[in-house]
Write a protein that binds this ligand. Structure first.
Ligand code: MTE
Ligand code: MO
Length: 312
């Protein structure tokens, strides 16, 4: 198959942009001929590089996918600025090769993975997930990746491991937004171990069948579809298994507004706005926000007996 392997991804800086885009268009044309419309990923002209061997999965939705253009130009990634258009404009300075992801803390087998080894750790699946930002907008995104559990299992968590902490890259030279103190850098998020082991919890390395664009958290990010978007940390360099509940960047910045759990919940309003409705990007009328973002049948059991107004 004439697909480019992940190990052959070149940063755009080394090729003049016209030639780079032309080459990618050419490869995509070939890819489209070979793959037909497999997974429906060839329905738009994308700018990205096709990922090898992506399988379909049981995670599909009967909802229109948000256009590639919107997913990749309307972003939150404060390391590249606080405006929605800033990440697409500024994230070109992020170097995603070489890249390593360290798994450490309460594990029997700590390991620093090279990103190209990670891409081969488990079969890559396409998973179409609903995503909901705490600000009140949502998208439907066809991610590519595998369950975080695949990675955590291999690290063999010890009996002391109760939480998982995710740490994004901290490098103001590559991330101009880190020169401002909007958040405490690096960006940190956390999950309870059982949330992290849940099959829905995804390590994403692509979207729409292609390598993850920098503005969406390349080369590897977390995706937790039943929680507000900020739990899904981008450009991760470290995963730490710990005994105590981690303090996330957003909780540190504003504990009144952002709790540890941050489950999508139409009944628990943000102190400054209602969470009962949301705007799906591309739609005119608002939709009702769904409990656990529509994943209640799969995840409600994780919170049985908990007061979700207290543990918001
Ligand atoms: N490192 C890092 N991860 C991050 C953020 C960020 O600013 N920095 N923003 C979060 C927020 S608020 C949202 S809504 C999602 C947005 O992901 P997307 O741009 O791929 O849709 O990323 C989350 N992950
Ligand atoms: Mo968000």
């Amino acid at each position: 198959m004439p697909f480019i392997k992940p190990s052959e991804i070149f940063p755009s800086e080394i090729t003049p942009p016209e030639i780079y885009r032309e080459r990618r268009r050419f490869m995509q044309g070939i890819g489209a001929l070979a793959a037909g419309t497999a997974l429906g990923t060839m329905d738009e002209a994308h700018a990205g590089i096709k990922l090898d061997g992506v399988r379909a999965s049981v995670y599909k939705l009967d909802e229109a996918r948000t256009p590639y253009k919107d997913i990749t130009t309307y972003n939150n990634f404060y390391e590249f600025g606080t405006g929605k258009g800033d990440p697409a404009k500024n994230a070109g300075s992020l170097r995603t090769r070489p890249w390593t992801l360290a798994i450490e803390g309460e594990v029997r087998k700590p390991k620093t993975w090279d990103i190209d080894a990670l891409l081969k750790l488990a079969p890559l699946e396409e998973r179409v997930y609903r995503m909901r930002c705490v600000e009140g907008w949502s998208m439907v995104i066809p991610w590519v990746g595998f369950s975080l559990a695949e990675l955590l299992r291999r690290a063999e968590p010890t009996g002391k491991a109760r939480y998982v902490e995710f740490v994004s890259l901290n490098d103001p030279k590559q991330m101009p937004g880190q020169r401002s103190r909007v958040l405490d850098w690096p960006y940190v998020e956390g999950l309870r171990l059982d949330e992290a082991m849940h099959p829905l919890t995804l390590m994403a390395m692509g979207l729409y069948g292609e390598v993850l664009p920098n503005q969406n958290g390349a080369p590897i990010r977390l995706v937790v579809p039943w929680k507000y978007g900020f739990k899904s940390a981008k450009s991760i360099v470290k995963i730490r298994l710990v005994e105590k509940q981690p303090v996330s960047s957003w909780t540190r910045a504003n504990p009144e507004e952002y709790g540890f759990y941050s489950n999508v919940n139409p009944q628990v309003d943000h102190p400054r706005w209602s969470q009962a409705k949301e705007r799906r990007i591309g739609e005119f009328f608002k939709r009702d926000t769904l409990m656990f973002n529509g994943y209640a049948s799969q995840v409600a059991g994780l919170y049985r007996g908990m007061d979700l107004k207290k543990y918001y």
